[in-house]
Design a protein. Sequence first.
Length: 822
Amino acid sequence: MSANKTEQYAATTLDADRLAQSIKRHLQQSLGVDLEEAGPAEYWEALSLVVRELGLDLIRKTRHKERDEKARRVYYLSLEFLVGRLLGNNLHNLGIYKQAEEAMANLGVNLTDVLEHETDPALGNGGLGRLAACFMDSLATLDLPAFGYGINYRFGLFKQDFAGGKQVESPDGWREESCPWGIERPKRKQLIKLYGRVSERAGKAVWEDTQEILGMPWDVPVTGYGTDTVNTLRLWESRAAEGFDLSSFDEGRYQESRSGEIQAENVSQVLYPNDNHPAGKELRLIQQYFFVACSIADLIARYKRENGDNWDDFAEKVAIQLNDTHPAIAVPELMRILMDEEDIVFSKALSICREVFSYTNHTLLPEALEKWPQNLITKVLPRHMQIIHMINYHFLHTEVEAQWPGDNNMKRRLSIIEEPERPGGQQMVRMAYLSVVGSHKVNGVAALHSGLVKTTLFPEFNEMWPDKLVNVTNGVTPRRWLDYCNPELAKLIDDTIGNDGKVDWRRNLSQLDAINAYADDPAFQKKFAAIKHDNKIRFAAVVKELCNIDISPDAIFDVQIKRLHEYKRQQLNLLHIMALYRRLLDNPDLDVPQRVFIFGAKAAPGYKVAKTIIHAINRVAERVNNDRRIKDKLKVVFLPNYRITLAEKIIPAADVSEQISTAGFEASGTGNMKFALNGALTVGTLDGANVEIAEEVGDDNIFIYGLTVDEVAELRHRGYNPKDVYNSNAELKAVIDWLASGDLCPEEPDAFRPLVDSLLGGDYFLTLVDYQAYSDAHDKIVATWKKPELWWKKAIINTASMGKFSSDRSIMDYAKTIWNMA
Ligand SMILES: [N-]=[N+]=N[C@]1([C@H](N)O)O[C@H](CO)[C@@H](O)[C@H](O)[C@H]1O
């Protein structure tokens, strides 16, 4: 259904007048609002309903086409989809943004104000969740038949505010008021079972005495760019299977009458706020099983509707991607259905699973790899625990035995069931191992990371199945992360390389390469710089509004926006800022350009050191921003409640992109790609996708510093005492002593002790040993900034070289190497 933009269904059926009519119709008939009393909120909802209508029309067309073609589909199972605001993006993708702008103007309303009214559906923590959203955009844009399956959390990722510089969390009731995007699909509701016990009857396992929960699907249209394909994001909401318990209500046991409902509703109530860190809670396991069971039942029902009851073609028609181990329970769930409900023997069932499933690993952090106590799985999912044992037995005594005959140590090491270290300890189920054993492909998310997955995380699996572990480097959608968030730059690119369908960089990002020819062109540099400056002026207004801090658009905007985690090393950025401030106090006339350091980061509520780092950054900001002696040469801004919508405002305004993680810890990063695409220069380590970004832009156009992965391993091997660095670097010692002194927080002198102790007590993330190289890299940045023609040449080359990092390329790699769909 790919069509060049002019022919798109929406654009051909909805001009500005008809759009205005539809908006008015929804205001009056769907929202019951008079035009006179309608405000931005109502106009947002009305226009969203118009676009949803369109989306649902196109979903039907898309599905009918797929059904008629008996299409093979990919199902993307993810506990997180960080979709961001939807209205603007959908108007863009459907090719009716201009028409909507005009329609709103005819109704006396400014579209930009209306779009500002949408709350972010914060249904994710960070990179993993946003990647899923970028992938859904690319799947539709590439006309690939696909469903996304997730949870319709009532409360998304917590809202962040600062009190006394400390993070304060509050619930994010993103759909409390209204949620025009999702449409409830009762016809497709699912009933899933929990707890109970397994008995055997006639040689068959029977899972009985279970509790039941109802899964209500909400469908969100996923538009593609420049095409009429609209895929579905199906988000499950939990409800009580048994309705309201009238009898106990009549007997006045009001609370009890709703207990079943409250319990069931809890399942999809809230997103667990941990990034790179599992929440070992029973409710989290139930969340994982709930959405998996609903999704597997739903896709099997679709398969049967379209292909009848034979399982022979199932693996032909269905590919299921596990976004990390969060949906890994899908492997025993499909095995259960195949064996217990479809009477398929174990070996056949396992081979069907392996053909269908593939798993993406997003982190090497040992503490992030999910392990569930065997007892807990046995309690919540008794039949699944039996099946996990069956899979493990087959794997160890057939496949591992074949590879390493008689090697019980190897069986112990590779067992999906981890034996307790000490007697009386718990047996744990390694969800990563279950995912690898149950899948035909396993991929990492950047070349360096995928290499480390093979050599450090799953070396034996790699030896057993040399073709199973592959790489698919992450990507980002250029629609939201350039075309939509940086329209001036998008226009400059159109004016420079064209946008006539033959040239269509929004759908073929490698065409940006043509911009390289203008890297040294003074006129183009001037336009490119002017756009960056405009974006900085716009963003400075946001900073003023949100933080009441005045920042100059002529300063270097140096940005670090990502979750707060010690391996991402916001603490290194902070130590350097404290040193810069002291240099300026020593010499206010230091010949350095104005610099604004901008942070955005949420810390998991239970992550103490991370919260300490946030507090420290805010205290330093307060001190620096109010110190007249340094003549505004330095400003520090910590934006509260960092989320997708803020990223869309910050990234086009950034000059420097901080990607400074300890080498070997950031699996990929995706913010790094967005910044470079928008003409920011990266300061970073050779970690994750930074390595591939450096390959694409060239070593002259990026500021790489610090230990490499091998040097980190070598240092650990040799032994590292952070005090040696502390005692040998006066500037660094001074700022750490300052942190420890309590001067920045007199009412709580030991407030930063946890941070100081982690730095001097072990410094596991090597912040001190990389400090000097990082500081030197920043000196190079300043030197480059002082030569604008050099700076803009590098910036333009960065934008021009980001073709590889389109999520379209990532999805085509998945389709070719994993899903057999291209
Ligand atoms: N979980 N997890 N992993 C991450 C991110 N934190 O969400 O996945 C992202 C998406 O693959 C990666 O870019 C990032 O490096 C990695 O840490």
